[in-house]
Design a protein around this ligand. Sequence first.
Ligand SMILES: Cc1cc2nc3c(=O)[nH]c(=O)nc-3n(C[C@H](O)[C@H](O)[C@H](O)COP(=O)(O)O)c2cc1C
Length: 163
Amino acid sequence: MSRLAGGVVLVTAQEAPLDPDDPGSPEGENAGMTATAFLSVSLEPPLVLVSLRTGSRMDDLIDEQPLWGVSVLSESQRHIAGRFAMKGRLSDRLLFEDIPYTRGEITGAPLVGGALATLECRTEQRVEAGDHTLVIGRVLNARVPSAEGGPLLYFKGRYRHLN
Ligand SMILES: Cc1cc2nc3c(=O)[nH]c(=O)nc-3n(C[C@H](O)[C@H](O)[C@H](O)COP(=O)(O)O)c2cc1C
């Protein structure tokens, strides 16, 4: 599969606040995970799919609350991909600190500034498949923050760009 070139996305979500009934409760932490196992599934309704390692932080988080975001990374965002692919990461709050992002209007998920495209999704279906969970999400919102620039690609274990 390392011979299959793929685009790279950052899947994100915001944890639920500590006390959802208290408007003064601190915001939940941001979480992000680098993924290449992401694809479009259906146009009507608009569905996408991401494959998450079962038991990963992102899988656990999205299992608890169904709202998540996707940022399609550009070739200038390799450092973001590398950062969010590290295992046993420290607090995600620190990882997002110097990354420009907006919060999805519907999902609250961080959406990376300068990404080629961003999506907001709600989980429709979860399918256990071996050691991964296929998460199918309905696209609730789609934006194109940065029309310029090429995609970040992953091929034979390395980040690449076109040309
Ligand atoms: C280029 C690249 C693509 C990846 N794609 C996926 C993916 O599609 N699904 C997945 O579960 N993990 C994928 N990973 C691994 C996760 O990014 C990594 O395991 C995760 O961030 C670690 O989080 P954890 O500590 O919660 O397991 C990928 C890693 C890299 C470097």
